[in-house]
Design a protein around this ligand. Sequence first.
Ligand code: 1GP
Length: 249
Amino acid sequence: MTGKVESFLKSELEKKNALLFVLIDSEVSNLDSSSKLAKDVENIGASAILVGGSSATDQIEMSQVVKGIKNGIKIPVILFPGNVTGVVPDADAILFSSLMNSENPYFITQAQALGAPSVLKFGLEPLPTAYLVIGEGTSAWFVGSARGIPFDKPKIAAAYSLAAQFLGMRFVYLEAGSGAKSSVSPEMVKTVRKMFNGFLIVGGGIKDVTTASELVKAGADALVIGTFLEKGGSISKLEEIAKVIQRKD
Ligand code: 1GP
């Protein structure tokens, strides 16, 4: 069943070529700075704020950050959990993800089973997501015991995405990993796009206009950017990226 946040994202996609999601890691940004950051990125046209990450494990801190952010903005706050500790109240939705290419069944179905009752209890809208880790050496890869899909094997990513679609998942997230040296290739996005009909999210290592625009041209529906801002990247440069990816030609 499509909920409010999913409908909002779809309506955004009718207006914009692709969407910008900004990732806030509650262990990097404190309460004040994350609330300000959320307002700033809403102002430049981001469509959602993701809160979480594979190394964010302090549930109390995350809960405070989510609550703080939520008060000041209208765009949805979507949880991006790396584990059951990433399920907290007050957000609008959650990327209810299976790390499909993990070698550990915990990250494929068990964490989901442990977290699901809290998702229901907190009234979070679950967005059924196949989370695919591309490449190696990142926190998402290590923490999630992923068998990273090689960057130059787009057909494998496409096969997983098609399997996700057949399993009823409406979102695929191609993840190169936070702070990855290189992002997922446009070729991989293109190959996945041909197979997968749902909402295609791409993240990890995106920090410039050219890369962002190539990924969108290849078929990404939303790009996730986190480290760029954490490392001091400017809001005006992010606005430039937002404008380029949102523009309908
Ligand atoms: C990480 O895809 C997100 O989970 C964002 O990546 O931090 O490299 O922007 P960056």
